[in-house]
Design a protein around this ligand. Structure first.
Ligand code: ZN
Length: 315
């Protein structure tokens, strides 16, 4: 069986593009690695934030759309997105978030401490200290590599049928079950980032798609051959995967697992340097070739946005 190396990216919906950039780039210090549009709805941005090179396992993406109604986090969704920070940096983050007026709660599961908070649209996030994962050298504002977010720690899934979701993780995606503790089932895949998945076992409200909720979680496939074998396996198991879609930066297949969560499987390659060099990532609006002729029109519709450099507000 092919095993996924873990999370490729997580995609969520929010209302405001600039507020989204201010938070993920300005406050959390991630790099805006791609500024493009929703290929299915070109009048909406698709923003990607990750480590300095936008490696799989570090990338969160957003569709910011002002008119979108607010959603509700619940079953059939990713409930919490976890980020890994270097060991010893949690107090830095607690202070930094406080200075930006963001309330945090400290929590623990499976013997690890978590700093939990919400983004400006209400998405649930948390930071966890781990030794694993390469240092992120992207520098912005006061964030140094010693404290910078390395990438995803993983995610907590809120499934309408937790044991069916557990089955997909184990028998399709090849994750290993590590055990159960206080209402969570924990799974692990091999690599250092985006590799710990918790399934919440206690009841939750039904999730409603909209701003402030995760749209889908994408798993990593090494290449297109792996992607095709997963597509075949999904069909054999009675799922309904889409055709392989070309997302410019990766090829992808989408399917709903039985707990209601939209999963995607996406190839590691070609990656974000396919249409602009690493030093230029995220600076310019990138369009797929079939929309290049509409650049002027789209630039007129999309709100102007930029990456801020926030120095911490001194007391
Ligand atoms: Zn995706």
């Amino acid at each position: 069986m092919v095993k996924t190396p873990g999370i490729h990216h997580i995609t969520a919906m929010v209302n405001d593009a600039q507020r989204n950039i201010d938070f993920y780039a300005g406050v959390l210090g991630l790099r805006l690695v791609k500024k493009t549009i929703n290929f299915d709805r070109p009048e909406v941005y698709h923003l990607y934030f990750g480590n300095e090179t936008g490696e799989p396992g570090t990338v969160i993406t957003f569709f910011p759309w002002a008119k979108q109604p607010k959603g509700r986090i619940g079953t059939g969704q990713v409930g919490v997105t976890s980020y890994v920070i270097p060991t010893g940096s949690i107090s830095f983050w607690k202070e930094r978030l406080k200075k930006f007026g963001i309330r945090t709660i400290q929590n623990a599961r499976f013997g690890e401490g978590y700093l939990q908070f919400q983004d400006p649209d209400g998405l649930e996030l948390e930071l966890v200290e781990r030794n694993e994962g390469e240092v992120n050298h992207w520098r912005i504002g006061d964030i140094t590599p010693e404290v910078a977010i390395k990438g995803f720690g993983g995610a907590t899934l809120i499934s309408a049928q937790p044991h069916k979701t557990a089955d997909v993780l184990e028998t399709v995606l090849g994750l290993e079950c590590l055990g159960q503790e206080e209402g969570f089932l924990r799974f692990k895949s091999a690599p250092a980032l985006g590799n710990i998945i918790d399934i919440k076992l206690t009841p939750s409200v039904r999730g409603l798609m909209g701003a402030g909720t995760v749209h889908h979680l994408a798993w990593r496939a090494k290449d297109e051959e792996n992607l095709m074998s997963w597509r075949t396996l999904l069909q054999e198991k009675g799922y309904h995967p889409t055709e392989i879609r070309d997302r410019n930066y990766f090829k992808a297949v989408y399917f709903h697992e039985q707990g209601g969560i939209l999963f995607e499987i996406a190839t590691d390659l070609p990656g974000f340097t396919v249409d602009e060099p690493e030093v230029e990532l995220g600076k310019k609006l990138m369009l797929p070739s079939w929309l290049e002729s509409k650049r002027e029109e789209l630039e007129g519709i999309l709100p102007a946005v930029g990456v801020p450099v926030f120095r911490e507000i001194k007391d």
